[in-house]
Design a binder for this molecule. Sequence first.
Ligand SMILES: [Zn+2]
Ligand SMILES: [Zn+2]
Length: 295
Amino acid sequence: MWLRVLGSAAGGGSPQWNCGCPVCAAVRSGAGVPRNQSSVAVSADRTRWFLINASPDVRTQIEAFPAPHPHGDRSTPLQAVLLTDAELDHTLGLLLLREARGVTLYATPAVQKTLRDGSGILSLLERYCAVEWRAVVPGADMALAAGLSCRAFDVPTTKRDRFGTGVEHGRVVGYRLTDERSAGTLVYLPGVQALTSAVRAEIAGCDCLLIDGTCWHDDELVRLGLAGKTSREMGHLPIDGPDGSLAQLPSLGVGRVIFVHMNNTNPILLDDAPERRAVEDGGMEVAVDGLEVEV
Ligand SMILES: [Zn+2]
Ligand SMILES: [Zn+2]
């Protein structure tokens, strides 16, 4: 199977339009490449593609990637969108797909409820096109296309539901993708608050893991005076620290680890930062937009 990183930054992208933090300033001066907001495309045949999350940058992301371009008419090789959660940076792009005859959406009941009763994105999209909803049940295998299958797993979070829908279970999931022909496995996990034993079991031994790289320090945004919450309080395990992802991941036996969903404040976005070197010295990678992985 193939996975293409369409966007490797967290909400707001890098640089973020209203941010003058040291990393955004450095990216503007060329010390790192700009990055779009988080989303990936996966396929087992390079003909039928599935989006995981639909970012507000989805239109530019599709234009920059020839594989899912239409041929001759308005039929699209994009089969469906799978959602990991209902955050705006992962779902606003759904509205930009409204020109489609229909959109097939894989989401947990909790995410669907938030999209309908909370942000209202689903109700709005349904005014423009048919939306076919497929319920994602954590732990259940779902056949996608051409031998590509996928299983969602629950990612516990204590982050408050911004839209107050009151649903706890299934608000955030990761996806474990398997290609039955190559037997390759890939895990996409752009939001994870803690590597619990259940989450570790889903990750362990996969060929490639794309994991939450939102913040380097747990108190990154607090230090910069940009927010009052730590990375963990926002639902994202930091990379640094004795119990950060950089320290925990090597024991999981993963073939290739790639950080995605970096917040614009994260110094690993900069090519020459010591934090970037620490990631690479640990045998891990930092995603850029357009990165393709084959497993
Ligand atoms: Zn996000
Ligand atoms: Zn910034």
